[in-house]
Design a binder for this molecule. Structure first.
Ligand code: GLA
Length: 670
């Protein structure tokens, strides 16, 4: 007996088929099928033949391949159970399938958002102890010859890795308990007729499996790394979408993110320009200097001042005080009030750094409660710290109480929530407890927004982003690195939540000296801010920073509602991106040249996402290639006016690009 269900978005259909009441296979995930298509006929059309060397039936590749299926590939769960369909509930764009074996249960929850084109799939398991459960696994068509996964590192997140499909299993595990710098849990799968994208929205480390069987079938699994064997596990949500191309994926994911994931305390408030003092003063806090910096920051256009690490306990470096969340009276004899009053008098709001899940052995918290930590007593420290065990309610209550006290005493609208060391072992419960703590604090302080940071981009995923409003994408403020990291992260992270700061002239993580024009325009691609000692700026640097800040503030509204396109560049040293406003009446283009150009002249830049209106295009960045540029280029003078069609089909010729430079174009419907 065959039972089928379908879920549709505007242009995609997912068909699930359950044979003899067993866990379902994804029969089809592709172009939208006509209403009324016979799903049973579809199943029959896909029935496999059998030949020598095979069983008498081809084992199904279900959303959770099990031992009982005699499936010859990676299993989706390591229990030996025989689930049979107990209940199927279909709603408007939703499907819940419940399977049981005695008291054990497997439940699939699926939603399809017709507007965004994104499916959300979650597996819930209850039963015998298991050590592995995949979020619903999905098949990949034979037309795909590779997939794109993510590598990376601290100060070098979101590095795309192209992996060809070949018979066998590609497995990657993140075992350090965080989403990780090294392996963002997302995959892009180019297929003959488009691209599939999937993301596991969990913050606890994950296993990713991409497998091709000897019979040619492929499956992808994504699931949480469990800390121990469990009798109840949720794997997901897994966000799954497909589109004709990568820009279409970005558009679907950004739409879905905006509708379901994004949480801004006040959605009508434009994203504020941040000032963060970390790379200006590190742990060296003084009211006088920070007040002077705040005055400069406000004059340059900042709207939120964030006091980073160093304000609490006796924290003069990273060896002490995590866990002691009281103001350091040596540095702040009158508390944080005087600085906050000054910041507010300048028209800015105030944000504060915390790293709640951690403790230094050199802290009152640890001296009083050495047993509150996660992992064995003898374990290597990470950045001189240990992880607090959030499965203990008294630990969570302690953290809530002290953070709540600071948020109650002071006028704070922002927390930078850091997480600077891996866990001693994978522990998905720790992530769940962190979510609960954040939820509790947000309920008590609904006006406070949170930024997720884990030494930069170590905890970026849609699970944490459901409760935070911004990511600190990377500890690298090197604009050339940032360009690449921002491009890698773009499909998964809309610009309005992706923090990007103009860093110091000499970059602290690379030693490179980069011009302000480049640093400022790269930060202006995302959620803009500055992070450097503003008292050291030259007048020219101040002028550039103020100019770009003014531009960003004047344009952020449409930029943050617009559609982002990544423009193809043949030169591997180029990164090109444009944002088109929702009504297509304006756009901005960033063309960055990271290293030495591949060719003597850049290629003509062909734009995307426009209609056939006439657009005036001009260069708004200050171009200076010195004597290297001596031609009569339109963008160098008064720009061009062309139809959107011509700008896409023919393009516009950029002037000569020098290494470590950027040009920014603005277009407006004429
Ligand atoms: C982490 C963050 C930095 C800064 C420091 C403070 O490394 O990523 O931005 O907040 O912690 O210790």
């Amino acid at each position: 007996m065959i039972q089928c269900w379908r879920l549709d978005t505007a242009d995609t259909t997912l068909v699930l088929a359950s044979h003899n009441g067993r866990l379902p296979e994804v029969l089809h995930f592709g172009a939208r099928l006509p209403d009324g298509e016979s799903l049973v006929a579809l199943w029959r059309a896909g029935m496999a033949d059998v030949t020598g060397g095979m069983l008498d039936e081809r084992p199904p590749m279900t959303i959770c391949p099990m031992q009982e299926d005699v499936f010859p590939g990676a299993q989706g769960c390591d229990a030996n159970l025989q689930f049979r369909l107990k209940d199927a509930a279909e709603g408007e764009g939703t499907l819940t399938l419940t399977y049981a074996d005695g008291d054990a249960e497997y439940r699939l929850e699926a939603q399809a958002d017709a507007d965004t084109g994104v499916l959300t799939l979650t597996a819930h398991y209850r039963g015998l102890e298991i050590g592995w459960l995949t979020a619903p696994a999905f098949p990949v068509p034979p037309s795909s010859d590779h997939f794109i996964t993510y590598g990376g590192k601290w100060i070098g997140e979101f590095q795309e890795k192209r992996v060809p499909w070949t018979t066998g299993t590609h497995t990657r595990e993140v075992r350090d308990g965080r989403t990780s710098h090294e392996a963002f849990p997302g995959v892009l799968i180019p297929c003959g007729d488009g691209v599939i994208a999937a993301h596991l929205g969990m913050s606890c480390g994950h296993r990713f499996v991409a497998e091709q069987l000897p019979d040619g079938r492929r499956q992808v699994q994504f699931g949480p790394m469990l800390g121990r064997r469990e009798t109840e596990v949720t794997a997901g949500p897994l966000y799954l979408t497909r589109a004709p191309d990568r820009d279409g994926i970005t558009a679907n994911l950004h739409r879905h993110f905006t509708k379901h994931i994004r949480t801004f305390a006040d959605p009508d408030r434009p994203r504020p320009v941040h000032y963060n003092c970390w790379e200006a003063v590190y742990f060296d806090h003084s009211l006088r200097e920070l007040s002077d910096i705040a005055t400069r920051a406000a004059a340059l256009g900042a709207e939120r001042f964030v006091l980073d690490d160093g304000w609490f306990g006796r924290r003069d470096d990273d060896t002490s005080s995590l866990g002691d969340w009281t103001v350091d009276r040596r540095k702040w004899p009158d508390g944080l009030g005087p600085l906050i009053e000054h910041v507010k008098s300048l028209g800015m709001t105030f944000g504060l750094w915390f790293e709640p899940e951690m403790v230094n052995p050199d802290s009152d918290l640890f001296r009083d409660n050495p047993h509150w930590t996660l992992g064995p007593p003898e374990q290597p420290l990470g950045r001189n710290q240990l992880v607090l065990d959030l499965s203990r309610p008294e630990v969570v209550d302690y953290l809530f109480e002290w953070i709540d006290a600071i948020l109650t005493e002071y006028d704070i609208d922002y927390i930078k929530w850091d997480h600077n060391r891996p866990l001693p072992f994978p522990d998905h419960r720790q992530a769940a407890a962190t979510y609960a703590l954040i939820d509790r604090l947000r309920a008590a302080h609904p006006g406070v927004e949170i930024e997720t940071c884990a030494s930069g981009g170590g905890r970026i995923d849609w699970g944490i982003l459901k409760r935070t409003s911004r990511v600190w994408l990377s500890d690298s403020n090197d604009a050339l690195e940032r360009m690449r990291i921002q491009a890698g992260a773009l499909p998964w992270l809309p610009p309005c939540v992706t923090g990007s700061h103009v860093g110091p002239r000499t970059c602290h993580t690379s030693g490179r000296i980069l011009p302000m024009e480049l640093r400022a325009w790269v930060a202006a691609q995302r959620s803009f801010g500055f992070e450097m000692n503003l008292l050291e700026l030259t007048p020219e640097e101040s002028e550039t920073l103020a100019r770009v800040t003014t531009w960003w503030k004047a344009n952020r509204d449409w930029l943050h509602r617009g559609t982002v396109h990544q423009l193809p560049a043949r030169d591997p040293e180029q990164v090109a991106e444009m944002t088109v406003s929702a009504d297509k009446s304006r756009f901005a283009v960033w063309l960055g040249q990271r290293g030495a150009p591949a060719d003597i002249l850049p290629d003509r830049l062909r734009l995307s996402g426009l209609d056939d209106r006439q657009y005036k295009v001009r260069m708004i960045s200050h171009y200076d290639a010195g004597w290297l540029s001596r031609g009569d280029n339109a963008l160098k003078s008064d720009g061009v006016q062309l139809s959107g069609t011509a700008l896409m089909a023919f393009g516009v010729q950029p002037p000569v690009l020098t290494p470590a430079s950027i040009i920014v174009l603005e277009g407006e419907a004429a």
